[in-house]
Design a protein around this ligand. Sequence first.
Ligand code: AMP
Length: 474
Amino acid sequence: MDQQWNATYQNNIIPALRRLRKVQGVILGFHSVIDGIKRVKSDEIETILNANLDLKQSVQEKIYAMPTEIFSPADMMAGLLISIKSGKSYRMVIRDEVTFRWILETFGYDQLKLGGTSGCMANSLAPLDLQKILVYTNPLTQQLLELFGENDNLYVVSQVDENIQLRHPHKAWQHKGIEAIHWGFEFAQGTTIQLDKITLIAPRASRFYPCWNPVNEKLLLSPSFKKGVLHFINQFSHFIVSGYQLLSPNYPDGTTCIDYMLSTLSYLNELKVVRPTLKLHFECDTIPVDAIRYGIRKHVLPQMDSMGLNEVELDYFIKDMHGQTLNQLDQENSVEYYFGGLVELATKSGLERIHLHNFDYYICLTKRSQRTSPKRTRQAMMLSAVIAAQRAETGSVGNKTTFNSAKAISISEEGLAQMAALAKHISAPSNFMKTGIAECNDYNVIFLPTKIVSDPVSTVGLGDTISSIAFLSE
Ligand code: AMP
């Protein structure tokens, strides 16, 4: 089976790569940000706590009642210690500027990287020789824009007086400074923090993510971006939407996340009126806030042509649709469970295309009434799997994508086993193990066993790479 799938991969990625390079232009909105990576060690944390006993006292109380957002240094330190104690990654929004400055001065960062779904996609797509990639960035600061690659297919909207242009990010910055930063505090397994009465020990390596991004907390799109994209929309054929995780359920002024979601959707609608062929894809992220997920299912998905997500994100939606609580998200589920969830989510929201990427396999459902053939969808998925495997293996990808560079990476055996389980579950045609293609209700089913790198250099942002390449090269 492994050999047969390798041959299928070999024969199929080039047509998808050609299509990717012919895409007229893609817009990536609405989330680019600076990621600040900081490795923390026990003694650094203990020194900060022991230098301020009021802070230490407050943190010791807060670790038993986890704050949901960060309003003070004690909230931030409690979040960090809870993350260390459980070995789990937590994301918390910083709501207070003085606290943001305190974190910046007290911890700083080791390295700044481009982050956010749109930012990560921009830098991973640019080396693949796409014609035009326009990415949303707000604010246009030098520190953020310089994190984009050198590639001359990257653009942002730049406005000087009344003159709106598309320019390379490196040439479009308007002021200096860090106005938003999403930290990733990395800690090693065994990191030990001695408090007055207890000792916390990290059971595994993980990260704590405190995020400061007040400029984008309501996803109010910058007026020059809105004007510029409307003006240049005929140069673009695809729009990949993301970033709703930046919203809060409620704001002090009485507005809610739904208000701001609807305002981005009404803007996308304006674009569709001018450019009816524009294809919209929504890329999901882990969204722990119930109200935002509800808004995505009710308002965002019905307006999209396509959606990409991983198995954890899908599980959230499945539990929402079944009215279940979310306390058991960590468990592995069967391919039958995920498949049922995909069909239900696609059918209920009217999506024409939904693409799940899991560790050993991808599943894509496409509406049978659509003109895209399942073989073409499969080519696009194979291209995304090959590029993901190359990126996992080397940490980066140049513009020389060929099948040969991924030939030695084997097809996942677990993926093939899951494929057999799904074949039985949906009574797939007898050649399903060779083709991965079947039908279910109104949808084509395309199942792909993927290539898994056993010792990856990096898997950060790989899901975004997979979804965007498969969508664009279909
Ligand atoms: P996400 O967590 O959404 O960024 O998705 C990560 C995806 O990357 C997974 O669903 C897999 O499809 C893929 N992936 C993760 N690790 C590897 C690996 N070692 N080799 C190839 N693909 C991987």
